[in-house]
Design a protein around this ligand. Structure first.
Ligand code: DQA
Length: 142
């Protein structure tokens, strides 16, 4: 079974971007760790990143058409703004697991609302790269 791991805006800059918040792992590091971990779970990973909201919507639809076992979604700042992503998650039958590297609830007020989380099956936040692996564990058990 395939799990989509979708990453939103600015996550291509991981490792360079505010490392005191997001750590030193790059998105390639996350991709490699997810591949290894998924193999042990008997899953295949399809990890993507886009800075464009509509691409993320299209990929949610694609996950549904396959269908993928689950979608792991770190929507970056679109988490806090995107009714389109909220609606797409609601529209599809594939379970979506929300992931954040940081814990948005410890940060600015504008990060406390998650349109993704309001539609997702569940959320993992604050554990850096490990959160992606925990999300794969959850996907394996769905
Ligand atoms: C993030 C948290 C968001 O608030 C922020 O806009 C990001 C990254 C995280 O993984 O911690 O871009 O999704």
């Amino acid at each position: 079974d395939t799990v989509f791991i979708l990453n939103g805006p600015n996550l291509n800059l991981l490792g360079l971007r505010e490392p005191e918040i997001y750590g030193s792992d790059t998105l390639d590091d996350i991709a490699n760790a997810c591949d290894d971990h998924a193999q042990g779970l008997g899953l295949t990973v399809d990890l993507r990143q886009s800075n464009h909201e509509g691409h993320l919507v299209d990929w949610l639809h694609e996950a549904n058409a396959l269908p993928a076992r689950a979608v792991v979604l770190n929507a970056g700042a679109y988490t806090h703004t995107s009714i389109a992503l909220h609606d797409a998650i609601k529209a599809i039958g594939v379970p979506v697991i929300e992931v954040h590297l940081s814990n948005p609830h410890r940060r600015e007020d504008f990060r406390h609302k998650s349109y993704v989380g309001m539609a997702a099956k569940g959320t993992i936040a604050g554990f850096g790269l490990t959160g992606y692996l925990l999300a794969l564990d959850a996907a394996a058990k769905l």
